[in-house]
Design a protein around this ligand. Sequence first.
Ligand SMILES: O=C(O)c1[nH]c(=O)[nH]c(=O)c1Cl
Length: 309
Amino acid sequence: LDLSTFFLGRPLAAPLMNASGVWCNVTNQLNALAKSEAGAMVTKSCTLVRRDGNPEPRYHTLSMGSINSMGLPNEGHLYYLDYAQQHDYENKPLFFSVAGLTLDDNLTMVAQIQDAYTPAMVEINLSCPNVPGKAQIGYDFEALDVILAEISSAYARPFGVKLPPYFDIAHFDEVAEILNRYDKVAFVTCINSIGNGLMIDINSETVLIKPKQGFGGIGGEYVLPTALANVNAFYRRCPEKSIIGCGGVSTGEHVFMHLLAGASIVQVGTALYEEGVDIFARLKIELARIMQQKGYQKIEEYQGKLKTI
Ligand SMILES: O=C(O)c1[nH]c(=O)[nH]c(=O)c1Cl
């Protein structure tokens, strides 16, 4: 079965890629993604200069997902720009995740990316929940408007945004209204981890991760319903934009749900962290089997066609 599809006019062999932050911090991880069955790939969200991130332990596997407070550890934007310059774009598209600590840092980084004439597509991360003292831009609607205006005028090409999960219809309406003011925002990636969860080890009566008194972003099975809702909410509200789905994916059925809800590409985070890059081959087989059982030849036949009652 043919799992090929298109994203912003570019062909993808499969609607699957990593979630930023997972298996994409350093070159050997990025090379493994490039060689994998993923149809696209994205770099770790980067800052202007290299960061160690938060003290460890900062990631923990949970019964139905994960909790993390990595703290934006990354090699600095020039490292990923070097990687982008040598990437084989015929093999698969590369997305470049940017998470500047200030507006100026974001503007400096996108200017450097623009000057490098790289085919990589920029995904502005507006939703990192783990930098102490930094509120998420995605939850500050005025700051969201300002950063989109500033980047739209500084960066001449289409770009995307990585949003946190929203939990209120009024917030879907308000954020979509802001996004729809910016034609250059060509895609929206929903969702980032559900911020500031807490899990407890009852034997030691202790939290599981060291940063932020154990508070961290939640990923995995726990977040699937929230991820599907955010994908579908922005799919319905932003008809001119493409949606990238992220959250709760570990099987072909989850991929199918995200595509039905309106995603064009589906990202894998926690399950990729746990299983490794071979997960993409498994998800392709499982998705192909579901399509075969339903008699679908192409993804476009059902993509975004979720029925209501
Ligand atoms: O702590 C992190 O590095 C982190 N962790 C997340 O769950 N989402 C993000 O966007 C980031 Cl930047």
